[in-house]
Every structure is written in structure tokens, then in C-alpha cells.
Write a protein that binds this ligand. Structure first.
Ligand code: BGC
Length: 467
């Protein structure tokens, strides 16, 4: 393809992916805004610790349902309409939470937002992966994680602004309406996924859209490839749970678990509370330190976007996990020693922790679950891996405040550090390197029953097997 057309195509597909990633922005915004809103809600309604945990948990509970139903929904109505449904759920949920007359209404509104987040967290990476050309897939899928971090950062900025102005939690929630409406409107302008169109036998439309995405008339080979993959029948649930798919499914679900039980959202959702415990007296300075967290999260994720394809998944994952373990241990020590500098040590350790997470588990989970599953089982298997992520997110964030009370901050963070160490051991044995290998080759390796760690090895090609 001439260079000009190639860069046009790259630009167009990047724009399409960026618009889909607004779902990620909402995911980040709606999960991050709660840390600030929680400081104000008790001024309107009396809420116990358990109720605060329920308010945080309602979004996650909804997201579990959302992610489980996404596979069916995206296949039934298409990726584009699913994204529109996601946007509508965001709008309705936000309206209910904003005008809530009781804590119950907040819980209902936040649960609906959660369903939207769950569906969006599945559909946006799937849609991006399906419209992206092979050579840009890693970068474009990671764009969604970048959008999540930008959403979190925006929510922190809003939290800070509102604290300064003595604003209300209602307005904080209401601001989420802006990207939700933007997503709804912008999705009308986007093309449907060509893969879904081929599946529904709308070949002509698929060709037209693919020509626009690739800025080329020569798209028949790609349409042909899609048709070929669709010849494989969707696997039944029984097949998903039998070898060799079972072990890949387990890996995806384990990665979802590891991303969460290593404690990311104790920081993302509760940072102001942690900073206050570490010695920041005013809410304002605790929230200001939290903005710093949001900022480094974005910058470190940008690094991941640019380097994930070049450095490989495993090196990033291990450096990140080691950094997370050390910074959590440091945080635990800071709370244990209770020095004058404890609050600054806490800030330093959380910054290091966030950087380590962003370059590793943050970007890698969403990318790897969109890479490792064979096409036949992708809808259900990816749904289960995403569900696992939300389930463990729910478990960790709905128990964190209680753990702080029961164990104290030092022991609590030491426990997350220990979970990082266990994760390193698991990933060392089971995490494949999927850099520079086509999805078809990964699929072929899985069917050849290679050990999980080897499924990303290009050298295990069909040609080598006969030798
Ligand atoms: C995780 C979220 C987390 C966010 C932080 C995402 O990949 O799934 O739980 O809040 O990263 O950047």
C-alpha cells in the first residue's frame, strides 16, 4: 500500500479506536469519582463503613453481571449497538445516582453504571482488536487502558476541585454524563466491526467498511481470512472447560485475579483515606496527593503503550510485579514505624506502586485476554476472564476498609505484598510471551497442547513439528 494511504489508514483506525476507548474513560471516571464522593455523601445521608463499602461495591457488582452477559450481547446485536447500549446504561445510571433521594437510589444508580462498565470493559477492547490491523493491535488495545487512567485522573481532578468549592457529590456524579453522551453520539459515526458483519453474512457492508478502515480496495484476502475463522463452530461450554482450552481459560481468569488481589484498587479507590491515615491532616492535601497518583498512572501507561510491543509482555510484567511487591512492603514498613516522614514515604511508595502496576498488570491483563483465546471460544472465555477481574475487584475493595480496621494498615499492605510475590511465582511458570506472534500461531500452539508458557513461541510452527 502507498505510504500516504497507509498513514491515512493508521490515522482513521486510531481515531475509531480512540472513540471506542471513551468507554474506558467512563470506566476510569466512574470508578475513580467514588473516592471523593464518599467524603461528601455522609453529609447528606448517614452511612456506616459497611454502607460505604456497599456503595463502592455496587458498581463492581453490576460490572460482574455486565461482563458475563457481554459475549451474548455483542454477538446478538453487534459491537456497535452494544456500545450504544453501554452508553445508555451510563446515562440512566448516572441520572439515578445524581438525583438519588436515598442511599438505596445511589446503590441502584451505581449498579446500573456498573453494568455499563462491565459491558464496556469487554466490548471496547474486543471492538478495537477487531477493527485494528495486526501490526497495530497491541498499541490500540492498550489505548483503552490509557483511557481508563485518563478517566481516573479526571475524576481525581474533579474531586479536588469540588473539595475546594465545597461542592456536592451529586455534581461529581453528574459530570460523568458528558463523556457518556459523547460516547453515545460518537458511536453513531463509527463503523460496525467487519468481523461481526461477516458473521451475520453482510459481506458487502463488511467489504465497504474494511476498505475504509484500511484505505485500500484490496481487502478480499482479509475478508477471506475472517470467513475461514468463522468456519469453526462456536465451542460449547463443555469444550471450553475441557483440555486444552481449559488451561488457557484458567490463565486468563488467574490474570484477572492477580490484577486485583495485588491491591491496585485499594489505592485507586481509597487513596485519600490511606493518605489521611499516613498523616495528611486535611482532606484537601490527601486529595492533592491522590491527583499525583492519577497523573503518574497516565504517564506510566503512556510508556506501556509505546513499549509493550517492543519490550515484550514478560519483562514488563516481572519488573512491574517486583516493583509492586517492594513498594507495598515499603508502605507497610512506613505504617509500622510511624516516623515523622511516614506520610511522605507513603506518597513515595504509592507512586512507585502505581508506576509498577501501570507498566505491567494494568496494560497487560486487557491485552493478553484479547490475545490468548482461540477465536472459537473468545466470546465466552474472554467474558469469564473479565468477570474474574471484576469479581476479585469486588472482593478486594469491599473488604479493604474492614481489613484496615481489623489488621491495621501495616499488616494489610504486607499481605498484598505477599500476594505480589505469589503472583510472580505463578506468572514465572505460566505466563506466555505473546510479543510478535500472530493470534493464529498462538491458537495453533494451544491446539498442539504446548505448555502455557510456550504458547507464544513462534518456533513451534507446524513446519518445525514434523522435523
Ligand atoms: C484495572 C482497574 C484499575 C485501573 C487502574 C485497570 O486495568 O482493571 O481495576 O482501577 O486499571 O489504572
Amino acid at each position: 500500500m502507498p505510504h500516504g494511504l497507509q498513514s491515512h489508514s493508521a490515522l482513521y483506525v486510531s481515531l475509531v479506536s480512540a472513540i471506542a476507548a471513551v468507554a474506558g474513560l467512563l470506566f476510569g471516571f466512574d470508578t475513580g469519582i467514588i473516592s471523593g464522593a464518599l467524603l461528601f455523601i455522609p453529609n447528606t445521608f448517614p452511612v456506616s463503613t459497611a454502607m460505604q463499602e456497599a456503595i463502592v461495591g455496587s458498581v463492581l457488582f453490576g460490572a460482574m453481571f455486565g461482563s458475563l452477559s457481554s459475549g451474548k450481547l455483542t454477538d446478538l446485536v453487534g459491537r456497535k449497538r452494544t456500545m450504544l447500549i453501554t452508553a445508555s446504561f451510563f446515562i440512566v445510571g448516572t441520572a439515578i445516582a445524581t438525583f438519588a433521594a436515598s442511599v438505596t437510589s445511589i446503590l441502584i444508580g451505581r449498579s446500573i453504571i456498573g453494568v455499563a462498565i462491565g459491558i464496556g470493559s469487554y466490548t471496547a477492547p474486543l471492538y478495537i482488536a477487531e477493527v485494528a490491523p495486526v501490526n497495530m493491535r497491541g498499541k490500540l488495545v492498550t489505548l483503552n487502558q490509557l483511557a481508563i487512567t485518563i478517566g481516573i485522573f479526571c475524576s481525581y481532578l474533579i474531586n479536588y476541585t469540588f473539595i475546594q468549592m465545597e461542592g456536592s457529590w451529586r455534581l461529581m456524579f453528574a459530570i460523568g454524563m458528558i463523556p457518556a453522551v459523547l460516547l453515545a453520539v460518537a458511536m453513531f459515526l463509527l463503523p460496525e466491526s467487519p468481523r461481526w458483519l461477516v458473521k451475520k453474512n453482510k459481506i458487502e457492508k463488511a467489504i465497504r467498511i474494511l476498505q475504509r478502515l484500511r484505505q485500500s480496495n484490496n481487502v478480499l484476502p482479509e475478508i477471506h481470512d475472517i470467513k475461514n475463522t468463522l468456519r469453526l463452530k462456536e465451542a460449547s461450554l463443555k469444550q471450553i472447560f475441557s483440555a486444552p482450552i481449559r488451561s488457557v481459560l484458567f490463565l486468563g481468569m488467574m490474570l484477572g485475579l492477580i490484577q486485583q488481589v495485588t491491591g491496585i484498587n485499594t489505592i485507586i479507590y481509597y487513596a485519600p483515606i490511606i493518605f489521611q491515615l499516613a498523616g495528611f491532616e486535611s482532606t484537601t492535601s490527601a486529595i492533592a496527593a491522590t491527583i499525583g497518583i492519577g497523573f503518574v498512572n497516565v504517564i506510566a501507561t503512556l510508556f506501556a503503550v509505546f513499549y509493550i510491543d517492543r519490550l515484550g509482555r514478560r519483562p514488563l510484567l516481572f519488573s512491574g510485579l517486583v516493583g509492586m511487591a517492594l513498594s507495598l512492603a515499603g508502605l507497610s514498613l512506613a505504617f509500622q514505624l510511624q516516623l515523622d516522614v511516614t506520610k511522605w514515604l507513603a506518597v513515595l511508595c504509592t507512586f512507585l506502586y502505581i508506576i509498577s502496576f501501570a507498566i505491567s498488570l494494568g496494560a497487560i491483563l486487557w491485552l493478553v485476554v484479547s490475545e490468548i483465546f482461540p477465536l472459537q471460544v473468545r466470546a465466552s472465555a474472554m467474558g469469564l476472564a473479565v468477570f474474574s477481574c471484576w469479581f476479585w475487584n469486588f472482593v478486594v475493595s469491599s473488604t479493604f476498609l474492614s481489613l484496615l480496621t481489623i489488621l491495621g494498615p501495616s499488616l494489610t499492605f504486607m499481605m498484598y505484598a505477599a500476594l505480589c510475590v505469589l503472583s510472580i511465582v505463578y506468572c514465572y511458570f505460566f505466563m506466555p510471551e505473546t510479543q510478535n506472534i500472530s493470534l493464529e500461531k498462538i491458537e495453533e500452539n494451544i491446539h498442539k497442547k504446548l505448555p502455557l508458557r510456550e504458547i507464544g513461541q513462534p518456533s513451534y510452527s507446524v513446519a518445525n513439528v514434523g522435523k
